[in-house]
Design a protein around this ligand. Structure first.
Ligand code: FE2
Ligand code: FE2
Length: 408
């Protein structure tokens, strides 16, 4: 983008706004910034002029940040939405999860804000300037969230959310309960003893993993069976679950936080969501892409770009963005095959998903898919994790062997 980025800052505390203004003074060449002291003023300003990003405080008297950003999401869906919030705002953050791209904890420092804005723009450019936006806006029936998912999301966003409530809701949907119980009892999640109750399953798996599973089982179940001869939908779903599980294990072995592990699990399960769009809307093109990818021994996403001008990774990221999932999940899906060098931030949830996906493609030949390049040694070197390659591969092989034993 050549023009300056337009950013609107909203906070009821004039001192906070003045602090931000001072802190970000050096960015005035690249950013066109406006500061307003309330949500109502923000809506007026937005009506007069388009903004690229709105950065809003959470607690404000006339209208809180959640209500403001929800309105921004509905009226200006292309505007990126950031929320500044403190530790004590955690209960409200749950409600905001669906309308906020990025939470920034207060007090925020200029460098962090700069890097988050840069990242969000890079992702936005990738998702919107390409064919992904065209494909997503042109297809009349996108895979929709299942009713159970919507209900679960409502419960997850409510202040009194508990695994018991979510588990009970899942228990009402027989297909979904079966899927989740099958997963929690599989060797991938290593529960050891048999779990037969969805409430226990939710407690065991954690809310983020369950949210992703509910979402994918909803969209997978909407696919007509035997849509494609070349492609096994079941195998894809199993691949996604394995990648979620392995990505979480990788984060654990790197001693990353519980939040990172939860995000990795969710992002792994959702990373190939774009393939579901291809299966449901472009089955012929996908079949041809798989054939060419195998024949030429080039990665599937390269052939997809050649045939459809867009990759399943970009399309999946776009869809998850439309569904309002957190930025880390959208980034992990969008960049699971190609990671821009400019976003070099060391080992992250995105790297864990990318590596887990490569290991699974390399070791599980059962996945009827295009050619999968082997795990790049250079990538692992760059991330400083080359010494863990064998550990992760053998972990995956062991889990997979146990999985087969269990199924048998
Ligand atoms: Fe993929
Ligand atoms: Fe994949």
């Amino acid at each position: 983008m050549n023009r300056p980025i337009k950013i609107l800052f909203v906070d009821d505390d004039i001192n906070v706004l003045n602090g931000l203004r001072r802190m970000l003074h050096k960015m005035r060449e690249q950013w066109e910034m406006e500061f307003v002291t309330g949500a109502l003023d923000a809506l007026k300003v937005l009506k007069q002029s388009a903004y690229d990003i709105v950065v809003s405080d959470l607690r404000m008297p006339d209208m809180n940040g959640v209500e403001l950003l929800e309105k921004v999401r509905q009226r200006y869906p292309d505007t990126i939405r950031f929320m500044l919030s403190g530790y004590s705002d955690q209960p409200l953050q749950g409600q905001a999860a669906r309308c906020v791209h990025q939470f920034i904890s207060k007090p925020c420092d200029a460098e962090l804000l700069q890097s988050l804005i840069h990242r969000a723009f890079q992702l936005n450019d990738r998702l919107r300037s390409k064919e992904a936006a065209k494909v997503l806006s042109n297809i009349s029936s996108l895979p929709v969230m299942s009713d159970t998912y919507k209900e679960v999301i409502d419960v997850l966003s409510s202040p009194d959310c508990s695994p018991r409530k979510v588990g009970k809701m899942i228990a009402r949907d027989i297909g979904m309960s079966a899927k989740i119980l099958q997963l929690v009892n599989s060797a991938f999640y290593g529960s050891g003893s048999k779990i037969a109750d969805p409430v226990h399953a939710v407690v065991y798996l954690g809310l983020k993993t369950v949210e992703a599973l509910v979402l994918t089982s909803g969209i997978f179940s909407k696919l007509p069976e035997k849509r494609m001869q070349e492609f096994s939908v079941d195998a894809l779903q199993e691949h996604c679950c394995r990648v979620g599980s392995l990505a979480k294990t990788i984060c654990k072995s790197r001693q990353m936080t519980q939040e990172d592990m939860d995000m990795a699990s969710m992002a792994g399960i959702l990373h190939d969501t774009g393939k579901i769009v291809f299966i449901s809307r472009f089955p012929k093109e996908l079949t041809e892409a798989i054939r060419l990818s195998r024949h030429r021994q080039v990665p599937l996403y390269e052939v997809e770009r050649e045939l459809l001008d867009v990759t399943h990774a970009e399309l999946g990221g776009g869809l998850l963005d439309l569904w309002g999932l957190p930025n880390t999940i959208i980034e992990a899906a969008t960049y699971h095959h190609e990671y821009p060098d400019s976003l070099d931030d060391g080992f992250s949830v995105i790297s864990a998903v990318r590596i887990a996906n490569m290991i699974d493609h390399e070791l599980c030949c059962g996945l009827a898919d295009g050619f999968a390049p082997p795990l790049e040694a250079a990538l692992l070197e760059k991330l400083g994790v080359a010494d863990q390659r064998e550990q992760w591969r053998s972990l995956h092989l062991r889990i997979e062997a146990e999985e087969h034993e269990y199924v048998a």
